[in-house]
Design a protein around this ligand. Structure first.
Ligand SMILES: Nc1ncnc2c1ncn2[C@@H]1O[C@H](COP(=O)(O)OP(=O)(O)OP(=O)(O)O)[C@@H](O)[C@H]1O
Ligand SMILES: [Mg+2]
Length: 593
């Protein structure tokens, strides 16, 4: 089962998730914060200077003194500008570093997951987390940190200096503050909810696109284009609709804030004017006060935006963390078997193994008891859905067998180090997967250091020689995405060559020549006979001709081993296998007519 840490509820709690990612960059973070503080403090000096200058003008100041004020203001602004530049350079760069780290750990986390994980999370969803969510976390680390600190320090500094001019005027200026805070919180919550749902809708859109691109052949073959467009239009529309609602709320936010802030200005103009008339404060102080109030307006607006960024960023962080925290269902045991040999021989034993994909479901395999000595070839036949693929997938632990039911070289596979177990196994899955690379790279997937001769030999053993000769660049021919430019049988043989090149102790061939014609298959099988020598081989096929020479043939039926023996024994027994044989002989005869 995939387990999650409990989801932290409040914004502050969610923010604690961020620390592990900021920690490595704490020096940049500190430098950036110092630059912010210095810049903001310097910025608070200008209003004071302007006020002084105005009061000086009233006292008939000399031109030189006035120029002195102007020079000072210019100087402070310049230095402030330098700090602002520094702060952005450092923090924006840091946010990119965090983004880079996060993307790497996210990818690494995905690489560890078992195949079952990807049934739970569709690709589109995982892609959305990798793009939009990581982006939102970056915004949290850069702009959100920058603006929240600017806001707090500007706010506190300006208020302090305003209170020094006149405390009551400051209180009046703040009458609208609770309204601003209320609006910010209301809008913040609403926007956060809408944003989360927009992210989910975006995931649906990407999932659709992704599936359609992967399944392009099926879509064309079944002339599903119009229907798919219609369906896509629908999820896209939902995404748009979600965005519209988000926009409606976030766009209304600014004008409302501005109106509230305007109210504050009006109140100050009225009461501050009175104070000036009564001679309680100078005109210069009045102007300074107004300038500070102006400086407060931006932090108040920014506050809403920062809360917004923080909401989005932390929501995204939780979504990413969910994946990072998902325990890989299949991994190395806490107490790996110390006796695991470096060289696995390849004896495989199933002990009354019963397996179901999900708890409570009917078992797919029941009571499988089987002992295979190292070097034996075991063939598995049986109707479609009988459990052949499942039986094979258990050996490299692509799915986990119940503890103690499956041993390799006498050791429980669940307690062997995964890498060692898997490095001893070569598998050709029923559905091949090729990467968009050259044929050579595809074959050398499990042994990137293999020489050209080794790759060519594997290709020859897999019966690819003639095909390669016909390709424009031979082994260096690039196959399209997922091997789109190869025929089904060619793809299967590239996958076979890939497994052979590893020279594994245990070779699992899951119906891997199903798309190859009988003649070619026979040629490949005669090649393989020398490869099989000394290796443990599990050979799944629907064709009797493929399996008849195996040391042991199993007939699986509804997850049970219904018959076992050599070809001769099973024919003599006259059961399922003999029936199958009879039918295939008949088909062959009919085909020959
Ligand atoms: N990931 C899965 N989750 C749940 N059930 C599964 C899963 N994979 C396979 N099954 C079920 O397990 C049963 C056995 O499937 P399996 O793929 O092992 O059959 P098979 O013998 O290889 O068939 P075929 O000859 O068609 O390849 C089937 O009923 C299938 O529906
Ligand atoms: Mg199968």
């Amino acid at each position: 089962m995939i387990s999650f840490r409990r989801e932290p509820a409040t914004l502050l709690n969610r923010l604690t998730y961020l620390w592990p990612y900021l920690r490595p960059h704490r020096r940049k973070l500190t430098l950036g914060i110092l630059a912010i503080v210095a810049g903001v403090l310097l910025g608070l000096v200008s209003p004071l200077l302007v006020g002084r200058a105005i009061d000086a003008v009233r006292r008939h100041v000399s031109a030189a003194e006035l120029a002195g004020y102007a020079g000072m203001i210019l100087g402070f602004s310049l230095v402030q500008g330098i700090f602002t530049y520094l702060q952005r350079m450092v923090l924006v760069a840091m946010s990119r570093d965090v983004e880079f780290d996060l993307r790497n750990v996210y990818f690494a986390a995905l690489e560890k997951q078992s195949p079952a994980f990807f049934h739970q999370y569709p690709t589109g969803d995982l892609m959305a987390r990798a793009t939009n969510d990581i982006q939102a976390v970056r915004m949290l680390c850069g702009p959100a940190i920058m603006y929240s600190i600017t806001t707090v320090i500007t706010g506190l500094g300006a208020l302090l200096l305003m209170a020094r001019i006149n405390a009551r005027l400051t209180l009046i200026a703040l009458v609208t503050a609770p309204l601003v805070a209320g609006a910010t919180s209301l809008f913040g919550r609403r926007i956060h909810l809408l944003f989360t749902s927009v992210q989910e809708k975006f995931a649906n859109v990407s999932a659709r696109v992704q599936e359609n691109l992967a399944g392009v052949r099926v879509v064309r073959a079944y002339a599903r284009e119009a229907r798919e467009e219609e369906d896509f239009g629908r999820v896209n529309e939902e995404y748009l609709e979600g965005n519209r609602r988000l926009i409606a709320w976030s766009v209304a936010f600014h004008p409302i804030l501005q109106a509230l802030i305007g109210l504050g200005f009006a109140a100050v103009l009225w009461y501050g004017g009175l104070l000036v008339i009564r001679g309680r404060i100078s005109i210069g102080q009045f102007v300074t006060f107004q300038l500070f109030l102006g400086k407060l307006a931006w932090p108040m607006i920014a506050l809403g935006w920062v809360v917004n960024l923080a909401q989005r960023g932390t929501a995204s962080l939780v979504r990413i963390q969910k994946i990072l925290d998902a325990e890989p269902a299949i991994r190395d045991a806490a107490d790996p078997e110390p006796a695991t040999p470096d060289q696995i021989h390849g004896s495989v034993r199933f002990r009354s193994l019963t397996f179901a994909y999900h708890e409570g479901d009917a078992p797919v395999l029941s009571d499988v008891d089987l002992q295979v000595a190292a070097g034996q070839t075991v063939a598995v036949v049986g109707r479609t859905g009988a459990g052949k693929t499942t039986l094979l997938a258990l050996i490299p632990r692509l799915i986990d067998p119940p503890p103690g039911t499956l041993t390799v070289d006498g050791l429980d596979v669940r307690r062997m180090p995964l890498a060692r177990l898997r490095s001893a196994i070569g598998m050709v899955p029923q559905e091949t997967f090729l990467f968009s690379a050259t044929i050579r790279e595809n074959i050398a997937l499990g042994r990137p250091d293999a020489s050209l001769e080794e790759v060519a030999r594997a290709a020859r053993l897999a019966g690819l020689e003639q095909d390669l000769a016909a390709f424009p660049h031979g082994l260096d021919t690039v196959v399209g995405e997922r091997g789109l430019t190869l025929s089904g049988g060619q793809k299967q043989r590239v996958a076979l060559a890939r497994a052979l090149l590893r020279e594994p102790r245990i070779l699992l061939l899951d119906d891997c020549l199903s798309a190859v014609d009988t003649q070619t298959e026979e040629l490949i099988l005669s090649n393989l006979r020398q490869v099989f020598e000394g290796r443990t081989v599990f050979l799944v096929s629907h064709r009797i001709s493929t399996v008849k020479d195996a040391d042991l043939i199993l007939v699986l039926d509804h997850g049970r081993i219904a018959e076992r023996g050599t070809h001769g024994q099973l024919i003599a027994a006259g059961g399922l296998y003999a029936d199958l044989h009879q039918r295939q002989l008949l088909e062959e005869e009919l085909a020959a007519v």
